[in-house]
Design a protein around this ligand. Structure first.
Ligand code: HEM
Length: 360
């Protein structure tokens, strides 16, 4: 911004940032200090949401290519790390909100009417871009149905609805990540190779066999220790084994994206898998940061309004706590349950393919 830029002419700092317009958007002189604070905190969040949306679109577009060039992965990670940092910053921003006492808030709360963060259309858009399915939302509240209703009353809300519906039709980040995982070379085999299905299936069977022997050993230890209700313990191990098989081969059919994910997480040290695992870590860090942000919102709300009904009509804190159970990148979380120590892993085939200068 400083210095003489080409094309900027004599623009001032205020011109460049549209500062006069920006600073005229917080209401008039009649606002109390507390309400001005309330408005500014909300507006700053909305500005961050705007940036998050554009960063997430960039990541989604990178991963949505039919073949993602390797050099693009660091770019996707870079955009995601920015979003994660913004969520972390926003989680702390609730602290500023908490300087509002319950009584101070009640002084102007009635003036909000039914206005609520529930109606933040940018929040909905970012959830949709990430890939939060309508079916996975808390059933008591349906934000998109709310926007459909609002759209009947105003042109502006019609535009918002169209924007959200457009986002829902586009590929979500979760879908793009899944498609990218699907193409992971597993034991040196690529999608489309003549024997790919067989290689992947063998990898899965060997992996599950490794898990079975670990479970046997764990059960033997528990038996030795004299655990009382051994049949319940055995049942737990059986359910876990069935869960693992079901995850990798739902209805007996190989899920190649999940097998690819398991492969990347299991052989993390292989040079060729360095960026893929960094990308997966970045996605998990992003979702974790978002969940912690949701949690700290709920705690702030509990502190200020207790367990009363929200201005948007929800159960308030209970509703917000339910949203902290959302998992958009379900598979990336679920795979963690299946991971096992290196010694139990299937032998790596074609290590050279993965840039590993070990024995083949
Ligand atoms: C005194 C401060 C605040 C209180 C008491 C509060 C309370 C609530 C409550 C009760 C809900 C549930 C929906 C409802 O029934 O209204 C909600 C939702 C929401 N609030 Fe806040 N909030 C506050 C500040 C903020 C701020 C500063 C933001 C920043 C934009 C925000 C963003 C949201 C969002 C995005 C939702 C929707 C969550 C979802 O449906 O997943 N809130 N808030």
């Amino acid at each position: 911004m400083g210095g003489d830029d080409s094309g900027g002419g004599n623009r001032t700092y205020a011109d460049y940032l549209n500062l006069h317009e920006l600073l005229s958007l917080q209401g008039d002189e009649s606002l109390t200090n507390d309400e001005l604070h309330f408005v500014i905190v909300h507006q700053s969040f909305e500005l961050w949401f705007k940036l998050i949306i554009s960063e997430l679109r960039a990541v989604r577009d990178i991963l949505d290519q039919s073949l993602v060039p390797e050099a693009d992965i660091p770019k996707a990670v870079h955009h995601m790390e920015r979003v994660t940092e913004i969520f972390r910053l926003m989680a702390n921003q609730w602290k500023v909100m908490e300087t509002l006492t319950p009584q101070d808030f009640l002084a102007f709360r009635d003036g909000l009417g039914t206005a609520s963060g529930f109606e933040s259309f940018q929040m909905r858009e970012l959830e949709i871009i990430l890939g939060l399915d309508d079916a996975d939302r808390v059933s008591e509240m349906d934000p998109l149905a709310h926007f459909r209703k609002l759209a009947q009353g105003s042109e502006r809300d019609k535009g918002i609805l169209a924007q959200l519906e457009g986002a829902a039709e586009a590929t979500s980040l979760a879908a793009a990540v899944n498609r990218w995982l699907l193409r992971t070379p597993i034991q040196g085999s690529m999608v489309g190779d003549a024997d790919d299905e067989q290689v992947v299936q063998e990898f899965i069977e060997e992996y599950l066999a490794g898990q079975d022997s670990l479970s046997e050993a764990a059960m033997a230890r528990l038996r030795e220790q004299g655990v009382q209700d051994m049949s319940t313990v055995e049942e737990r191990f059986t359910i876990a084994a069935e869960g693992a098989r079901d995850y990798l081969m739902p209805d007996g059919v190989v899920n190649r994206a999940r097998a690819g994910l398991l492969f990347i997480e299991s052989y993390r040290e292989l040079p060729l898998l360095a960026w893929p695992r960094t990308l997966i870590d970045a996605v998990v860090a992003l979702e974790e940061a978002m969940l912690l942000w949701r949690t700290s919102h709920a705690r702030m709300v509990e502190r200020i309004i207790g367990r009363r009904i929200g201005t948007g009509g929800s159960s308030g804190v209970d509703y917000l706590d339910m949203t902290t159970r959302y998992r958009i990148f379900v598979d990336l979380w679920a795979v963690r349950t299946l991971l096992m120590k290196k010694e139990a892993l299937p032998n790596l085939r074609q290590p050279n393919f993965y840039g590993f200068a070990g024995e083949s």
